[in-house]
Design a protein around this ligand. Structure first.
Ligand SMILES: [Zn+2]
Ligand SMILES: [Zn+2]
Length: 281
């Protein structure tokens, strides 16, 4: 089976065709026949106000916003016009108090799809290496609850076509003591109601937690509601494109996934042929 990888970041190199080709070539070695680039929204000067705060989030994202989105769009469109198998996406953080501005921003540009992600709980960037010690001061169960509350809002906002790394809150290996089954069920139901898909990300295998996002328990709920899933790498360098996709495919197949679905015209808001897997019926 061939793969597509819709979560790939160009940000560690220049916006050039040569750099894009490196990702395409590495992907080919792992049977990845299409790549969707999904730069972090906070990297763009034009989006600097979307993550504003008076604390760490505002300060850090402000310092990261150094790239010009028009250059990004231009180079991916040029690659497309040259026949390279690429799509134009973006990974947008969901910040509840900035929901309207996020909507306006994604509507302004010709993205093929938009990944939604939660990395911030207020000013706590829970996966940010500089804030790792903050976890020691926190109640893990409450932090998980807070994360899933924001995630549910992100899903219900219907801004996004796909939710990235749905349980990334576990990134450093902190585990909630509470049973999360009901929360996972709520997340899966919300995804189904919104008609959007969830990412199965192999990036977690390269993080301290050492397992894929989502966990088996969350995957069980995705299966229950037949939430479409997309296998992605979250590669930040060419050699990570398609990494561990065979493992991810075995994982989703063990839940009955395997039927390929192309979401077009209406199913997803942007509807440009996003490919996902659903449960075989
Ligand atoms: Zn992310
Ligand atoms: Zn990412």
């Amino acid at each position: 089976m061939n793969f597509k990888d819709y979560h790939v970041h160009l940000e560690q190199g220049p916006y050039t065709i040569e750099w894009i080709k490196k990702f395409v070539e590495e992907g080919e070695k792992r049977r990845v026949v299409e790549i969707g680039f999904s730069e972090h929204g906070h990297r763009f000067i034009q989006a600097v106000n979307l993550w504003g705060s008076h604390g760490f989030r505002g300060k850090w994202t402000g310092s990261e916003a150094t790239k010009d989105i028009d250059e990004y769009i231009e180079i991916v469109q040029k690659a497309k016009s040259m026949g390279l198998p690429v799509k134009l996406g973006i990974e947008m953080d969901y910040i509840p108090e900035h929901e309207d501005e996020i909507w306006e921003f994604v509507a302004k540009y010709p993205f093929d799809y938009v990944l939604g992600a939660v990395h911030w709980l207020g000013d706590f960037g829970f996966d940010h290496p500089a804030l790792r010690d903050e976890w020691n001061k926190r109640n893990i169960d409450l932090t998980y609850r807070e994360y899933f509350d924001v995630l549910l809002k992100a899903i219900k906002s219907r801004i996004f076509d796909c939710i990235a790394h749905p349980d990334v809150i576990k990134v450093f290996g902190h585990r909630a003591k509470a049973d999360l089954k009901d929360i996972y069920d709520e997340v899966a139901r919300a995804l189904k109601d919104a008609g959007i898909c969830a990412e199965v990300s192999t990036a977690g295998l390269r993080k301290p937690v050492g397992e894929m996002y989502p966990s088996p328990a969350m995957m069980e709920c995705f299966k229950k509601y037949n939430v479409p899933v997309v296998i992605n790498s979250d590669a930040h360098r060419p050699e990570d494109v398609g990494r561990d996709f065979d493992k991810a495919l075995d994982f989703v197949k063990s839940y009955g996934y395997g039927k390929c679905a192309e979401f077009q015209n209406g199913k997803f808001r942007r509807g440009t042929g996003i490919y996902a897997l659903t449960v075989d019926s």
